[in-house]
Design a protein around this ligand. Structure first.
Ligand SMILES: Nc1ncnc2c1ncn2[C@@H]1O[C@H](COP(=O)(O)OP(=O)(O)OP(=O)(O)O)[C@@H](O)[C@H]1O
Length: 236
C-alpha cells in the first residue's frame, strides 16, 4: 500500500503526440487523490490522446509526467502492466469479452494481473459486482445485459485492483439520459470513497448536474477551470 501524498497525476510542460503531429503542448496540471475532473473539448481536440498518454498507450516524448507514482518519461515497456494495475480504464465501447460470462471476464483480468487463489478471486469478483449493483450478474453472458449494465461491468472490471484513479473516455456516450445518470451516480459514489476520476465527456448536462473541476482541450492547449475561467458551452 502506498502512503504517498503526492498527486495521482502530475504533468509539467507535457506535449501529446499522434505520430509526428503535436496534438497538445505545454500541458501542466495535477490531479490529487480523490479529485473528480472532467476533460472536455471539441471532437479531435485531443482528449483521448491525452488519456492514452496518461495510461502509457502513447509514449511521453516531451515534458515530465507521473501517474500513480510511475514516471512516464522513458517508462520501460515491462513497467506498463504495473502502471495499468494502479489505474482503471473505461471506454465508451464496452470491450467486454462476449464469449464468456461476467465472472469469467473479471477473473480473466485478475489472473492476468497475478491473482491465483480461486476463493480470493471469487470473493473479489463478488465485491466489485456488489459495488456496481450487479451482484446477481456473475453467471450471465454480456449479451444478456443492457448497455447500462454492461458499462457497470466494465466499471467493476476497472475497480478490480483498487485503482487510485479511473480514466474514463466518454463512459456515458452510448447510453440514454436516465441510464447515463445512473452511471454518473456510480462514478460519484466511487469517487466519494477516495478514487480519483478523470472523465472525458461531451455531455454538458452531466457537468451541469454534477459540477466539478474541468480541463478543456482547446487550440492545442489544456485550460484548467481551477486556474482560469472559460466558457463551457462552446467546445461541445
Ligand atoms: N491513431 C491515430 N493516429 C494518428 N492520428 C490520430 C490517431 N488518433 C487520433 N489522431 C488525431 O489526433 C487528434 C486528436 O484526436 P483525439 O482522438 O485525441 O481527440 P478527442 O478530443 O478525443 O476527439 P473525440 O471527442 O472525437 O473522441 C485528431 O487530430 C486526430 O485526428
Amino acid at each position: 500500500m502506498s502512503f504517498s501524498s503526492s498527486p495521482v497525476v502530475s504533468l509539467r510542460d507535457v506535449a501529446v503526440y499522434q505520430d509526428v503531429n503535436t496534438v497538445l503542448s505545454n500541458v501542466s496540471f495535477d490531479i490529487d487523490k480523490g479529485d473528480f475532473v472532467y476533460l472536455v473539448g471539441r471532437t479531435g481536440s485531443g482528449k483521448s490522446s491525452l488519456l492514452k498518454t496518461l495510461y502509457a498507450d502513447l509514449p511521453l516524448l516531451s515534458g515530465v509526467a507521473a501517474v500513480a507514482d510511475f514516471k512516464l518519461n522513458k517508462l520501460p515497456r515491462k513497467q506498463v502492466p504495473y502502471l495499468r494495475r494502479k489505474v482503471g480504464i473505461i471506454f465508451q465501447d464496452f470491450q467486454l469479452l462476449f464469449d464468456r460470462t461476467v465472472a469469467e471476464n473479471l477473473s480473466f483480468v485478475l489472473r492476468a494481473t497475478g491473482w491465483q487463489d480461486k476463493s480470493r478471486i471469487k470473493q473479489r469478483i463478488s465485491e466489485v459486482l456488489m459495488r456496481v449493483g450487479l451482484d446477481a450478474a456473475a453467471s450471465k453472458m454480456p449479451h444478456q445485459l443492457s448497455g447500462g449494465e454492461q458499462q457497470r461491468i466494465v466499471i467493476a472490471r476497472a475497480l478490480l485492483n483498487e485503482p487510485v484513479i479511473l480514466f474514463a473516455d466518454e463512459p456515458t456516450g452510448n447510453l440514454d439520459p436516465i441510464v447515463a445518470d445512473g452511471i454518473m451516480q456510480l462514478f460519484m459514489e466511487i469517487n466519494r470513497s477516495g478514487t480519483a476520476v478523470l472523465m472525458a465527456t461531451h455531455n454538458y448536462e452531466i457537468i451541469h448536474r454534477y459540477p466539478k473541476r474541468v480541463l478543456k482541450c482547446e487550440h492545442g492547449k489544456v485550460l484548467d477551470s481551477q486556474v482560469e475561467e472559460f466558457g463551457l458551452v462552446t467546445g461541445f
